[in-house]
Design a protein around this ligand. Sequence first.
Ligand code: C5P
Length: 230
Amino acid sequence: KKIGVVIVAAGSGNRFGDPIPKQYHTLGGKTLLGHCIECFARHTSPELVQVVYNPAHQNWYDGAIAALGADITTLPAPIGGGVTRQQSVLNGLRALSARKPDIVLIHDAARPGISDDVITRVIKALETHAGAIPTLPVADTIKQTSRDGVITKTIPRDTLQRAQTPQGFVFETILAAHEQFEGQEFTDDAALLEELGLDVMCVEGTSANDKITKRDDFDRAHDWIDSTNK
Ligand code: C5P
């Protein structure tokens, strides 16, 4: 099967008040985006790895690519993203469609701790499902609250999973779903298949693959880089 990859890196990503968007911060000499590109390029050919970026970040993007090994020279030119993550994904899928992948893995550049094992599990689950995503069980008890903060419900913890990426899909199915729901709000890609009543399988994620959002997360990622010496 031909495996396509969309890595979304078009977010402004400076929630912690830093001028450099988080996907262009470095860990162990490579940017978060660079770590992601290298890991996915090991599972398909680099020509099938489509990065979605903000053209205003061109210099940072060029720097990220320059730090990578020579084997990724055939990476296609990045495509511009949209205002929402969902629009960025759609732009990436459209760009990839000319290269006709059978399946596609959609990944957040803010998850540099992605590993070969997680990618392999997602690809394997796609042999029997239209969609597959890595998840982790929830450790805390989750409360539903009213707008003013009063608890309205406790959700049984054993029914909950935290969704990560890469989220994998049959390419034509997820492209059609994104086209159909363009403009409606979804926070991940699996939600579109759920909306269509299609089964999405959960496989085991890892805590190293948690999204980097806050300053603390960087410290955690540094520990991970030290431990894997990547
Ligand atoms: O903002 P958030 O952390 O949810 O973003 C998840 C991923 O989606 C990040 O890698 C970010 O760069 C990307 N994104 C995007 N286009 C947007 C918003 C987010 O590519 N408009």
